[in-house]
Ligand binder design. Structure first.
Ligand SMILES: [Cu+2]
Ligand SMILES: [Zn+2]
Length: 171
């Protein structure tokens, strides 16, 4: 490629790169405890192709498994977290394990807290999206539950009270 050709093509290449960077969509939820609880943390969602990388760091839990979902309303105003509504379910599926064929779009793997009550989770989800379409999680919320998710009971997984809530904002 000659220099003049490169000079002609370079601005277009740069523009393409800038657009690609702008489309690397990321959203974050800062989890705050509901009344009577001490659970807090951060959850980050990053669109990567047709998947979403989920990275969570949560503390103030009881040791063991905790149900962990995207809920349908971006409203954590109620002291018990119930204002966040049910599990985010734009595709009209039953509640289930995110690794099973059928599950709510908002169903995520359980948080597993260690003896100190800390949990980290790093996973990839296929149904949700960040920033576009019917499965967009921006403006929804993340809920952490008191108990483990059985991935069977409809439509909640029987994971008990809501111990933390955070609205998902574009970051
Ligand atoms: Cu939930
Ligand atoms: Zn569910």
């Amino acid at each position: 490629m000659g220099y003049s050709m490169l000079r002609a093509v370079l601005p277009a290449l740069l523009a393409t790169c800038l657009v690609a960077a702008a489309q690397a969509q990321t959203a974050t939820a800062t989890l705050a405890p509901t009344a009577g609880n001490t659970t807090s943390g951060t959850v980050t969602f990053t669109q990567k192709g047709d998947k979403v990388m989920v990275s969570a760091k949560v503390s103030g839990l009881t040791p063991g498994g905790h149900g962990f979902h995207v809920h349908e309303k971006g409203d954590c105003s109620a002291s018990d977290g119930m204002s966040a509504g049910g599990h985010f379910n734009p595709t009209g599926k039953p509640h289930g394990d995110p690794n099973a064929p059928d599950h709510h779009a908002g169903d995520m793997p359980m948080l597993q807290a260690d003896a100190s009550g800390n949990a980290t989770l790093s996973t990839e989800l296929g149904v949700i999206a960040v920033g576009s379409g019917a499965t967009d999680i921006v403006g929804k919320s993340v809920i952490v539950h008191k108990d483990a998710d059985d991935f069977k009971t409809q439509p909640t997984g029987n994971s008990g009270a809501r111990v933390a809530c955070g609205v998902i904002n574009k970051s």
